[in-house]
Ligand binder design. Structure first.
Ligand SMILES: [Fe+2]
Length: 395
């Protein structure tokens, strides 16, 4: 038996990043993670009124100042990776179309035919299409939103086709995320799209990853209660005790703000700083990196995949989450297929049955009025960082 030949024949599992693949910012932050026995969790004094999760007036204020005043993350670029792809999007309660035209430019439109307003695209799955044709009267539009043809156009007097293009929302791609201005009449503000964020997400290769799985969750909780577990490690040893808890440790995060995005890095249970210097080693085996892209997008690294969640607030106590599991490439061998399938099942269970459930039981309890405030520990310090940004955007 020839050992090197057997090794060479082992199927490849494409890893996420080695230390050499990191952006400059990721590299510097990773070097700041303390050895577990030297890590000191800070003590903090921080509370928030319970009504930020239960008040419809507060929800309306957030919609205006957090979700409509500047660009927000809408979807991942990888869903419409190929030119000539379009998909419907309705997770925000607003019917939208996301497309990539033949030139590779991404567009976001209101999903309404310019004849009588019918939804042009009824599917939220990406479709390859040269044009989008309304099912009602067959008006067709290019993926750049231009009206191409109206059926029996000769029967209209003075139909100005150039004035009947799709209504477009200002949108940009940044690091593999499609950002949009939901209020197309507001002054476009893309200030959250800072270069350091794109550097990190490009270093993760996010724009070019394979969408292995995608699942939508409807959660009976305020969107911030859904977000909070991804800003703290306090619950991990407790809520996830029977699942992923043992892989992590009660240690502080290394936290940085990239514009309004909160980036957290933490050493897993098996972390030692020396591991980072092993050439070719997969750094995400020992370090978890989480991005909370303001206000509603969460990116989490795992050793063999990346999770991206878009949290879409529907009402004060209802949130839609679109979960995506991204892998470096489409699995091309049984070992990768088995690993990804097992990981996908595991992560949907942990998020769906543990984190999202925790949000729902918090919402139920908070809605009783039993608490005036919620109180946060030093293991939840990133939540205070996040609310610092959020409060700065509210009047
Ligand atoms: Fe969790």
């Amino acid at each position: 038996m020839n050992a090197p030949a057997a090794l060479a024949a082992a199927p490849a599992l494409p890893l996420i990043q080695t230390f050499a693949d990191l952006s400059e910012g990721q590299r510097l932050a990773m070097k700041r993670i303390a050895r577990h026995d030297e890590a000191v969790v800070p003590k903090i004094e921080f509370t928030k009124p319970a009504t930020i999760f239960t008040s419809p007036e507060r929800f309306a204020l957030e919609q205006e100042h957090l979700f409509r005043a500047r660009a927000v993350p809408l979807a991942i670029s990888a869903l419409v990776a190929e030119p000539g792809t379009a998909m419907g999007h309705d997770a925000l309660g607003i019917p939208l179309i996301i497309s990539r035209d033949k030139q590779g430019q991404v567009h976001v439109f209101l999903n309404a035919c310019q004849h009588k307003g019918a939804k042009l695209l009824e599917t939220c799955d990406p479709v390859k299409a040269g044009r989008m044709t309304c099912p009602y009267h067959a008006w067709s539009f290019g993926l750049d939103g231009k009206l191409l043809a109206a059926a029996r156009a000769e029967t209209f007097i003075n139909l100005d086709k150039t004035a009947r293009n799709l209504a477009e929302l200002p949108a940009r791609e940044h690091g593999g995320i499609i950002w949009v201005m939901l209020d197309r009449h507001a002054e476009p503000d893309f200030s959250p799209l800072v270069p350091e964020l794109a550097d990190d997400l490009e270093a993760l290769d996010l724009p070019r990853m394979h969408v292995y799985g995608r699942k939508r969750f409807e959660i009976a909780a305020n969107w911030k209660l859904v977000l909070e577990p991804f800003l703290e490690g306090y619950h991990v040893q407790r809520l996830h005790a029977q699942t992923v808890g043992p892989m992590f440790a009660d240690v502080p995060n290394v936290v940085d703000l990239l514009g309004p995005t909160v980036r957290q890095l933490s050493g897993k249970a098996n972390f030692t700083p020396e591991d980072l210097d092993i050439e070719g080693e997969n750094v995400h085996k020992t370090v978890t990196t989480v991005y909370n892209m303001f206000p509603n997008c969460v990116v989490i690294t795992s050793p063999w995949y990346i999770s991206v969640m878009l949290l879409q607030p529907r009402s004060v106590d209802h949130t839609t989450v679109e979960y995506h599991m991204l892998t470096r490439s489409k699995p091309d061998n049984p070992k990768a297929e088995e690993l990804y399938a097992r990981s996908y099942e595991m992560i949907l269970n942990v998020f769906g049955n543990e984190d999202f459930r925790a949000a729902e039981i918090s919402q139920a309890g908070l809605s009783t009025g039993a608490l005036a405030t919620c109180v946060y520990s030093g293991l939840e310090a990133s939540i205070a960082t996040y609310y610092g940004v959020l409060d700065s955007y509210l009047p």
